[in-house]
Design a protein around this ligand. Structure first.
Ligand code: GLA
Length: 737
């Protein structure tokens, strides 16, 4: 049993392999958080301190006791209205328009297996093989009749605890949920940093580490999508924590819409972190009997640095979020038409790409934007999902057959959630777009967002995708989403504050139906690159285009940041032409491949423009990727250096049994009279010896002995061969002997 209730102490204790989580129901029925950290036993309520705190409210039922205030006590699910003035997880507006409520403990339930969430993606796990369990704690507010169920899912062997909350109105009057977070953690002491993953279009998920001072550090998205700017993932770490030492806690949101994540250091030096729905443009009325579910947060704890936290997330996402045929399978190596020809192509030129792809051993040709409606630029066409036969010179079915006849598989791009004003769909159904009556909408890439909070729009979207997919042997769909949501107004919503949440429910419903109707289809998520790179989308699309920036050197930073929370098998990465279309930088072909191999791998260029030697290199690169793809997909990922700080960016995959490791190093920068640069692998088997061989890269093989003890490698590292040039790359395999 991972979940224990001690009736005498009124404590709930959750044990995973290396962590313990504990909370307590106190004598007033408040649920206090006691502990989340290294595995331990016993009741931890001695950590609570009570003092008469000035200006801190006390619950009415505490009577004359002035030393009990929720303003100072660590809570499990803080609610506005209980005398806690820190940031709450729940704000409810009652029948009088007042903003306070006071839910108290009313019971619990422990069951085998992991809960699921109606209409929302969530971690899945098996009661037997994963020993998964669920804890539900029930809270009830007398004043409004509101019930709150706190959900905890436990995957003990992975050190994963998931959280969610369901709010149900069991009172007679309508109440409105104004803020709903899914998870909160209170720490009574500690000196912490936050690590978040921030960026912008074409430069996503750059790690940002900040010392937490008084007040709140808050990130989030108001864009209706998880966003390029802030990934829905936050780490709280001891300020001394490193990759390999110190305590850290993670919160990762299984949701693709607006979110907020907060870390707050209070007046008494206590820290609160929490994550949940973005409250701007959100207010969700609940009539009698109605419920609202907070999307899931995946939490994990590591007492051994950030690397172990990463490993926990990678295993959880790979095996308990990603689903379907491609979950653990080899992914097709793609040739994507976007950077090869953008909007300018014909059916014949697409077939020529397919022909080249086949010659080079590429598995699949993906026809990107521009094949439908009137779409020769991004002003028009979105919503009209019928092939432009004039442009293609044939039907879509015929094109698919021709591509397949070249010996490659066929994939296609769609952006189903969007509509251009310049489209037949918009002319017919202007009310299907989110748009405020009488107000000119904010534009984004000349397109508007369809109102997926409406069932009729979702039904149309599902049918139009099916009608495309049914036109032939389409084995891959790139699902794009290229603007942020503004002008949130639905013609059919009972309350506009519900629209963004209901939008996500509609989107997930369509994705779920597509997954079950087309179990063999590989869907790759995309949002102007990596603007919706989150665990919510990964539940439906096991890979996501990581960034529109295909420059190998920028990708070092982007993929490094992405790796903290997400495994390489989810990271869409392609080799593109040089000078790079986003940065103008020229890098060695082998380096571009070495970087793209740490993702799903593919090409985004016109092979006809390559030299014979580059074409020969492609054949070799694909062979290398296929040889090591299994290790890259499933191995433990080690970040061996920090591209923001170090001259060389190095990383490593180690197989679960430690028999094989793949180490990649890319030189980011060079100077005159260079100092020597060392790479120190980690995760090898202590005491073992490894045979080290150079696999590929633009640099020369390192002049080190062929057989090297693991301990020496991990302790002293090995030098890059001297004389390396800017942007040189090196890939080595280490095989245990
Ligand atoms: C987005 C994607 C690109 C490409 C274009 C097409 O920007 O991220 O990869 O598909 O749209 O318009």
């Amino acid at each position: 049993m991972s979940i224990l209730f001690n009736d005498k102490e009124k404590t709930f204790t959750i044990h995973t392999a290396k962590s313990t989580y504990q909370m307590k129901v106190d004598s007033y029925g408040f649920l206090l958080h006691l502990y989340y950290g290294r595995r331990t036993d016993g009741c931890m309520d001695y950590i609570l301190t009570y003092a008469d705190r000035g200006m801190s409210g006390c619950p009415y039922d505490a009577g004359t006791v002035r030393t009990y205030s929720l303003d100072a006590l660590p809570q499990e699910f803080p609610v506005l209205g209980t005398g806690d003035f820190r940031s709450p997880a729940l704000i409810v507006r009652d029948q009088y328009g007042a903003y306070e409520c006071d839910p108290r403990y009313s019971g619990y339930e422990i069951t085998e297996g992991k809960y699921s969430l109606k209409g929302l993606p969530a971690v899945y796990a098996d009661a037997v093989s994963d020993k998964a369990e669920t804890l539900k704690i029930f809270l009830h507010d007398e004043h409004t009749g509101l019930d709150v169920t706190l959900l905890y899912g436990v995957l003990p062997e992975l050190d994963i605890i998931t959280r969610s909350a369901v709010v149900t109105n069991n009172g007679d009057k309508t109440v409105t949920v104004c803020k709903l977070h899914s998870a909160c953690l209170d720490f009574v002491s500690g000196d912490f940093d936050t690590i978040t993953f921030c960026g912008r279009h074409a430069m996503e998920r750059v790690p940002e580490r900040q010392r937490l001072g008084r007040g709140a550090h808050r990130i989030g998205s108001r864009r209706g999508a998880s966003s390029h700017q802030y990934n829905p993932f936050m780490i709280l770490a001891d300020s001394s924590a490193t990759e390999t030492s110190g305590r850290c806690w993670g919160m990762q949101f299984v949701y693709s819409g607006g979110f907020a994540a907060e870390a707050e250091l209070d007046q008494y030096g206590q820290t609160r972190i929490q994550m949940g729905l973005q409250e701007d443009k959100f207010s969700y009325p609940l009539n009698k009997g109605e419920s609202l579910t907070a999307p899931e947060v995946i939490m994990t704890y590591s007492g051994a640095g950030i690397e172990a936290l990463t490993h926990n997330y990678h295993k959880c996402l790979r095996d308990h979020i990603c689903r379907g045929k491609y979950k653990n399978a080899e992914r097709p190596v793609l040739l994507n038409s976007w950077e090869a020809s953008y909007f300018t192509f014909t059916g014949d030129s697409i077939c020529a790409l397919a022909h080249e792809a086949a010659e080079l051993g590429i598995d699949m040709l993906v026809l990107d934007d521009g094949w439908f409606g009137i779409r020769n630029n991004d002003y028009s066409g979105l919503g009209d999902w019928n092939a432009n036969e004039d442009k293609l010179g044939c039907t879509l079915s015929e094109l698919i057959r021709r591509v397949n006849a070249e010996g490659v598989r066929f994939g296609i791009w769609m952006e189903p959630e969007m509509v251009n004003e310049e489209s037949d769909l918009y002319r017919k159904h202007p009310d299907w777009a989110l748009r405020i009556p009488g107000k000119d909408p904010v534009r984004g890439r000349y397109q508007l967002v369809l109102d997926l909070s409406r069932k009729d729009v979702c039904d149309w979207m599902y049918e139009s995708i099916c009608s495309v997919l049914d036109q032939g042997n389409i084995e891959y769909l790139k699902w794009d989403y290229n603007r942020s949501i503004t002008d949130v107004y639905s013609h059919t919503a009972s309350d506009q504050g519900k629209v963004l949440y209901d939008y996500m429910i509609g989107l997930y419903d369509v994705l779920e139906k597509l997954n079950s109707k087309y179990p063999d289809l590989l869907i790759e998520g995309c949002s102007g690159g990596g603007g919706r790179f989150d665990a919510g989308m990964l539940y439906y699309t096991p890979q996501i285009w990581c960034s529109d920036n295909t420059d190998a050197i920028d990708r070092l930073t982007i993929q490094y940041g992405t790796s903290f929370g997400y495994p390489s098998c989810t990271v869409g990465a392609h080799v593109s032409a040089c000078p790079n279309h986003q940065t103008g930088r020229t890098t060695p072909f082998a380096t571009r491949a070495a970087v793209a191999m740490s993702g799903t791998f593919g090409y985004e260029l016109d092979p006809a423009k390559l030299s014979p030697s580059e074409k020969a290199e492609i054949k070799e690169q694909i062979k290398v990727f296929k040889d090591f793809g299994g290790l890259i997909r499933s191995g433990d990922h080690y970040r061996l250096s920090d591209p923001a700080r170090d001259i060389c960016c190095a990383w490593e995959y180690v197989s679960e049994d430690k028999s094989r490791a793949l180490v990649t190093a890319v030189v980011k920068d060079v100077h005159g009279n260079m100092t020597s640069v060392y790479v120190r692998p980690r995760g090898l088997e202590p005491g073992a010896e490894y045979k080290m061989s150079f696999v590929c890269g633009s640099g020369k093989a390192a002049p080190i002995p062929e057989i090297v003890p693991a301990d020496a490698l991990m302790e002293a590292g090995f030098p890059l061969p001297t004389g390396f040039r800017e942007y040189d790359s090196f890939v080595w395999v280490l095989d245990r002997i």
